[in-house]
Design a protein around this ligand. Structure first.
Ligand SMILES: *[C@@H]1O[C@H](CO)[C@@H](O)[C@H](O)[C@H]1NC(C)=O
Ligand SMILES: *[C@@H]1O[C@H](CO)[C@@H](O)[C@H](O)[C@H]1NC(C)=O
Ligand SMILES: *[C@@H]1O[C@H](CO)[C@@H](O)[C@H](O)[C@H]1NC(C)=O
Ligand SMILES: *[C@@H]1O[C@H](CO)[C@@H](O)[C@H](O)[C@H]1NC(C)=O
Ligand SMILES: *[C@@H]1O[C@H](CO)[C@@H](O)[C@H](O)[C@H]1NC(C)=O
Ligand SMILES: *[C@@H]1O[C@H](CO)[C@@H](O)[C@H](O)[C@H]1NC(C)=O
Ligand SMILES: *[C@@H]1O[C@H](CO)[C@@H](O)[C@H](O)[C@H]1NC(C)=O
Ligand SMILES: *[C@@H]1O[C@H](CO)[C@@H](O)[C@H](O)[C@H]1NC(C)=O
Ligand SMILES: *[C@@H]1O[C@H](CO)[C@@H](O)[C@H](O)[C@H]1NC(C)=O
Length: 517
């Protein structure tokens, strides 16, 4: 009997304890809510501390009196937000946009129920560290037009928000690169980061993303590099990249079948506008003006409502084909990725009047092309063969890869082919002895770069600096590189190259050894 009483007392005590233990939950929200009310001026209408916060205008609670949403958009509020706003652990929606709130942006860390945040158009001044940690339910983060924020970088912890659909942070003083983390956002549709100071290239993980709305226009210094990755962003509908420093050609966007708005003006795009752009039937609005685009001026069909193309390097001021010589030279430039250097000078339809790096004879035939030391990347275009009067082709001191095209053998007037100091590989075409061929400083020349291990197999030789090719060095079958030739080469190349050469030499020796048995 005594035992039963003790048990009853114990149960009572336990229940009391439990009550005390659960009470602070509700108290937490009332604490942060009264701090929130106290920090805002004027006090929002109907936010009287004498009434329960769950009945305040714009506040919603769940059945446990936990705050689930706060909506005070466009209420003319100034003041600042409490630093413990994130103790509203059941919060799903926070709408405080279009006020004059200042001070620190609220930390949202660990608000794992939070789905929608609207804090645009305020006067916040700083972003707390780790602000966006643990936002596992977040779908919309909209915080554009906070012009007074200290400069900050793309928040890496945002990658935890794998449900994110919309990230809008235009004009908020973001700087640095766009991190290559977009594979963390499989649901992302809207990325609006205009009017910041992002620099560097578009991230590779844009490829295959579901982004529809891509606003990266008007970065202070400008994003750079090519926009090749857009070709793989098949969900795109609106692309605003104007006022940046993008280079290279407009990619083939024919897989972007819902694209309706493409703003590319005021960049440094080069090359020929791909015909596939004109065949995207969804396209309504396109700006290409103030770039360095080349080739025929594009003509958009009547389904395109607005298009601007002025201020480029097109061959003519109206749509229509280019002179065949222009076409050939642009194909040559295309193999180098349409460098800006060429787009600057190669405008209009008359290459022989003033295009740099080419020299014509009085009949308007190109006889010299000299691209020595222009930092060009890419390959040697087979289209050089269309310059049928070419005598001198100098491509030395660039970063060209691939092989010397066989088509150059058709250049009957050719006297000098200097491809020295590049990164060419492959067999050297068998030029007649009338051609002075310079191939030094191409570690891999005469080899076929193998995919996956190994240094490549020697295939065709005779690359002895200035040897007139067609010299007897070329063996009819099998690899044969004389140690003497290797020695000459070795003197002319750097350390890294020496390793490759030595490796090749060892391989050749091994093959010889094997063939003896
Ligand atoms: C920010 O503050 C300035 C005055 O310092 C004011 O002119 C501006 O309207 C404010 N912006 C917002 C969005 O409240
Ligand atoms: C968020 O949660 C993690 C893990 O529970 C904790 O370590 C961290 O301190 C929390 N951050 C904040 C700002 O509450
Ligand atoms: C813009 O970014 C660059 C490079 O990150 C930085 O050096 C520069 O100070 C930034 N400019 C402004 C106004 O923030
Ligand atoms: C486009 O996607 C393909 C296939 O996933 C990939 O191989 C290629 O590298 C991607 N290109 C770009 C520019 O991202
Ligand atoms: C085209 O762009 C202009 C300027 O940005 C805009 O005013 C217009 O609404 C756009 N039209 C369409 C169809 O997107
Ligand atoms: C090069 O010449 C061939 C044969 O005359 C022609 O078919 C081809 O279109 C030309 N290519 C260029 C880029 O002019
Ligand atoms: C060649 O590639 C390098 C490295 O990607 C780049 O810095 C350089 O600008 C490129 N050259 C040209 C002429 O585009
Ligand atoms: C030369 O080209 C090969 C591929 O053909 C590449 O792996 C290597 O990095 C290049 N070397 C230089 C110095 O560019
Ligand atoms: C290699 O080139 C040198 C001149 O640079 C020449 O004297 C020599 O005969 C050449 N060797 C072969 C095998 O062609």
């Amino acid at each position: 009997m005594g035992k039963q009483k003790i048990l009853q007392a114990l149960i009572l005590a336990l229940s009391l304890l439990l009550l005390i233990a659960t009470a602070p939950t509700a108290a937490d929200d009332s604490d942060v809510m009264s701090k929130l009310a106290a920090g805002l001026s004027p006090a929002p209408k109907g936010w009287s501390t004498s009434t329960a916060y769950c009945s305040w205008d714009g506040v919603n609670c769940d059945t446990s009196k936990r705050v689930t949403s706060i909506n005070l958009a466009s209420k003319g509020l100034s003041g600042s937000l409490p630093s413990n706003l994130n103790s509203l652990s059941q919060l799903t929606t926070l709408s405080l946009q279009s006020n004059s709130l200042s001070g620190a942006f609220p930390s949202l860390a660990n608000l794992s129920s939070l789905q929608e945040v609207y804090l645009d158009t305020n006067n916040f001044t700083s972003i707390p560290a780790g602000c966006f940690t643990g936002l596992s339910s977040l779908q919309i983060l909209s915080m554009s037009q906070n012009l007074k924020l200290d400069s900050w970088v793309f928040p890496s912890e945002l990658t935890e928000a794998s449900s994110l659909v919309t990230f809008a942070a235009g004009n908020v003083n973001l700087y640095g690169s766009l991190p290559d983390v977009f594979d963390s956002f499989p649901n992302l549709q809207n990325l609006r980061l205009s009017y910041n100071n992002f620099t560097g290239p578009l991230p590779k993980t844009f490829s295959g993303s579901g982004i529809q709305n891509l606003w990266l226009n008007n970065q202070l210094l400008g994003l750079s590099g090519t926009i090749e990755v857009l070709a793989n962003m098949t969900q795109l509908s609106q692309v605003w990249l104007q006022n940046n420093q993008f280079t290279g050609p407009i990619p083939d966007l024919s897989k972007c079948v819902t694209l309706f708005d493409l703003q590319l003006r005021d960049n440094q795009f080069t090359g020929i506008v791909p015909a596939t752009l004109m065949s995207i039937s969804s396209l309504k609005n396109v700006s290409l003006d103030n770039n360095k685009l080349q080739g025929p001026m594009p003509a958009f069909g009547s389904t395109v409502e607005k298009s601007t193309v002025d201020g480029n390097s097109f061959c003519q001021t109206t749509p229509g084909t280019c002179d065949p010589l222009v076409t050939t030279l642009l194909e040559v430039a295309g193999a180098f990725g349409y460098p800006v250097l060429l787009a600057d000078s190669w405008t209009g339809n008359k290459p022989c009047s003033g295009w740099s790096f080419i020299v014509c004879d009085p009949q308007g035939k190109v006889f010299t092309v000299n691209f020595d030391n222009k930092h060009f990347n890419g390959t040697i275009s087979p289209a050089f063969a269309n310059l049928t009067s070419l005598k001198n082709l100098v491509l030395s001191r660039n970063n060209l890869v691939g092989s010397i095209p066989d088509s150059l053998l058709s250049l009957t007037q050719l006297q000098l082919l200097d491809v020295s100091n590049n990164n060419l590989s492959g067999a050297i075409p068998k030029f007649p002895s009338t051609v002075k061929l310079v191939t030094t400083g191409n570690v891999l020349i005469g080899t076929t770069p193998s995919t996956g291990g190994g240094g490549g197999t020697p295939s065709g030789t005779g690359s002895n600096g200035t040897t007139p090719s067609g010299s007897p060095a070329q063996a009819s079958n099998g690899p044969s590189v004389s140690p003497a030739q290797m020695g000459t080469m070795e003197l002319q190349v750097n350390c890294k190259a020496r390793a490759v050469v030595t490796f090749m030499f060892l391989r050749v020796e091994m093959l010889r050894f094997r063939s003896k048995f």
